[in-house]
Ligand binder design. Sequence first.
Ligand code: CP
Length: 328
Amino acid sequence: MPIEIKNSSSQPLQIDSAGRLLHFLAIEGLDRQRLLQLLDSAAQFISSDTNVRKSQGSLLAGHTVVNLFFEDSTRTRTTFEIAGKRLGASVINLNTSRLSTRKGETVLDTVRTLEAMDADIFVVRDNSSGTAHLIARHVPPHVHIINAGDGRHAHPTQAMLDMFTIRAHKGDISKLRFAIVGDILHSRVARSQIAALQILGAKEIRVVAPATLLPTEIEKLGVTALTDIDKGLEGVDVIMMLRLQLERMEGQLIPSSQEYFRCYGLNQDRLNHAAPDAVVMHPGPMNRGLEIASDVADSDRSLVLSQVTNGIAVRMAIMAELAGMNKE
Ligand code: CP
């Protein structure tokens, strides 16, 4: 099934009538001012040596954050846990393989059950598009839902940490050219990145992939689609690589791993097509030798680990905002 191109707005669910952020479900529906405010707020959680501050006292004291991940995760789940704890919240990581959803309980009943235990922020990852939205429609106003990745639809906190990292290393996004490279078709990361880059006024956004991994109507999103990676990388300031989502592929969409790396893997020669000071990003998990060569992934042009670290600060800012703790 192709990526859904139509511009779905999550605004009515995400923002209340007073303009407060109720849930963080998708980048679409948020405006430039909101994104910049969250990015500036995240900067407050970074100390001068760029490490995330160890503790922010008790901004979320008395709050309970539940990590409800029905899909695997290393970065997102762990950084949400660290972020919640640094804000003083209780954080519960549920082992979804042991949940009563496996006995037939619905996800909504599971959430209601946890609400009855005073959980008030749910971080939700699921392989179905729309799960976080569904839950957000059914919770009372004091409960907040954060989308930690739903199917191929959206991964908005990933996009926010990417925007934060780009601003920290390259400055004003409106002056930069971007290439998003890889499995665009199955990527919730790409969709959220494109939305965030557009809202923040990126100078140019290119998406680069084999034709089989490019949604047919992708250019309706206001990006330029290319199948030639060398052309796609020409002069760009930021290269955003994507993981090949083999678990979401139906049928043979790439000839072989070797062929994919030969034609679309980012190696040093290809990096030379970009601007001389271009940086390289990858949301992780990376497949070395498939999407990216190890010498590029480990080079001083790579921001991959900086993305991970910044994810803590960005997730702290989002949770603090949802809990109403970022008000002046
Ligand atoms: N980027 C990302 O979502 O990584 P995880 O799957 O490890 O959370």
